[in-house]
Design a protein. Structure first.
Length: 440
């Protein structure tokens, strides 16, 4: 690899454009509270799929099946975790153990993905065994095909690999070597074969494959990058690099089913952009036009199935003209450390079904106000405003008052009630609230 393009700042300042709502597609993601949501590619609709996540038991690594089912990894049981399958109405359909091996191993190590038909789950796990001397440890990729399987190698397993991803149209998975220096792929043999790598001191963290396109997450020095590749034939034919761009740490980019869009995780939440059609090579800056569609969200995963119809509405024909307050939702509250929130504020994600204005307030209860010398009643300690000119998702920033900053600076934790007052051009009004706690 001759050169990667460091242009995260450029990505941040590119003007966002309208993102096409690709027909019959959706994005699963993990919300700030650890639950799995489904969101439209343009952010116009968001549906929570699960509601039972806790701070100590958050879902992770969601994937979507072609028939609309969603798989997500849930709370671990000892050294192993479970993969749960959900219908699009949130009903839990089945669970499968993701077993590890050795004494002290655990699963998954980083990634899990269900095959498009849901028949097999590919995942990585940590093998660690101090029952032998010296202790043995490495990363491995295993596969499970149904409930009750306790051997990660019953179908197949590969020693020394991480981050498996299914290759579309094949029964094979691609994966990254545990030294993070190259991408490998199954091809029917006993072991994966080398597929492609990058020159220099470039680490490969993960990849995604859709519609003859590949997106990789790599690192060079202290910077993480997204690289877009065009396949030149069936793996292991070496792909052709198109462009690269720096990304936030842990961006974990994912391609839409037709390869026309890309989604990734950012500090603000889930971002999407049309996939650039550039072909200048890895030193070419990827021209992205980011749009926030899920404030506070992470780990986006595309699917071919559309969102379920909204309750009481047989179509998804929302957000045209007036009526933005009707059906508005408070999605996520980003809760940084207390000191950071006092200095820079914190974000509250929301969605409107049309044009809307949002006034956000943060208040403390009477007992909290008295304790910190803020007053003798429920007291407003912060506020913010945001306007949306069309249906979509956004985040409103709540900034603390000068008095609250001073009085709360020494607190260990502060419980807040966050309220959004939403109005629209048609006179519609809606109030949404949520209680959160900011901790030192």
């Amino acid at each position: 690899m001759k050169r990667l393009t460091a242009a995260l700042a450029a990505v941040a300042i590119v003007a966002a454009i309208a993102v096409p709502s690709a027909a019959a597609s959706s994005i699963a993601y993990v919300a700030n509270d650890g639950n799995v949501h489904l969101v439209a590619p343009d952010g116009s609709r968001d549906l929570p799929l699960t509601t039972n996540a806790t701070p100590d038991a958050k879902y992770r690594s969601p994937s979507q099946l072609d028939d609309g089912r969603v798989m997500a990894v849930g709370k671990s049981n000892g050294t192993s975790s479970f993969a749960f399958f959900f219908a699009r109405d949130g009903q839990m359909l089945e669970s499968r153990l993701l077993p590890s091996s050795g004494s002290g191993g655990f699963a998954p190590y980083g990634e899990a993905q269900a095959s498009p038909d849901g028949g097999v789950i590919a995942y990585d796990y940590r093998h660690f065994d101090c029952g032998v001397f010296p202790c043995q440890g490495n990363q491995r990729v295993g596969f499970v095909a149904g409930p009750g399987q306790t051997n990660p190698c019953l179908i197949n397993c590969h020693v020394g690999y991480v981050a498996p991803r299914w290759v579309p149209g094949t029964p094979y998975a691609a994966m990254v070597g545990q030294s993070f220096n190259a991408v490998y792929v199954q091809n029917g043999g006993a072991s994966p074969v080398g597929w492609f790598t990058y020159e220099g001191e470039v680490r490969v963290f993960g990849l995604d494959l859709r519609a003859n396109k590949i997106v990789t997450s790599v690192g060079e020095g202290d910077t993480e990058y997204m690289v877009l590749e065009q396949m030149t034939g069936a793996p292991p034919a070496v792909p052709q690099s198109q462009c690269s761009v720096s990304m936030p740490d842990g961006a974990r980019p994912r391609l839409s089913p037709d390869g026309s869009m890309v989604a990734w995780s950012a500090p603000e939440g889930v971002m999407v952009s049309p996939t650039p059609a550039q072909s200048g090579g890895i030193g070419t800056l990827c021209q992205l036009t980011p749009k926030l569609i899920a404030a506070g969200g992470s780990e986006p995963e595309w699917g071919v199935a559309d969102l379920p119809a909204a309750p009481g509405n047989g179509s998804d024909d929302k957000g045209k003209g007036k009526g933005g307050a009707e059906g508005a939702k408070l999605t996520n509250v980003v809760t940084p450390k207390l000191a950071k929130a006092l200095g820079n504020g914190f974000g509250v994600g929301f969605r409107c079904a049309g044009p809307c204005k949002v006034t956000a307030t943060a208040t403390v209860a009477k007992a909290v106000a008295r304790r910190y010398g803020l007053g003798n009643a429920v007291t407003k300690v912060g506020a913010g405003k945001k306007t949306l000119k069309a249906a979509g998702a956004a985040s409103v920033k709540i900034a603390f008052t000068a008095k609250a900053k001073g009085k709360l600076a020494g607190a260990a934790s502060v419980p807040l009630k966050v309220t959004l007052a939403i109005t629209d051009p048609g006179g519609g009004k809606r109030k949404l609230s949520k209680t959160v706690t900011l901790k030192r």
